[in-house]
Design a protein around this ligand. Sequence first.
Ligand code: FES
Length: 110
Amino acid sequence: MGKWVSVAKVSELEPGMCRSVEADGYGVALFNVEGTIYALDNCCPHAGGPLGEGTLKGRHVECPWHGWRFNVCTGERPENPAIAASRYRVDVVGEDIRVWLPPETEGAEP
Ligand code: FES
């Protein structure tokens, strides 16, 4: 059975920003795309790079290790949608950003 876990405050994640957080042992990458918060597994499907420490450009994050891009809304790699990062459900309650554990989708590796 899953549960909601508070992971950050809205004020800590300005639009256009991303960051890595931990929630009950899960690594979570948070993204703010024009005021909407998204969350993916923080572990890049390529080789484990921290997606929350990547560069967010529009709806895509670029992994800091080798530059693979992922759509933060779907988790998919635009160049090959068969490869995807796991996605978390996100809920914002007041100032609290919460994610649902475990992830909503299973990632798909190359
Ligand atoms: S670990 Fe993310 S692109 Fe290689």
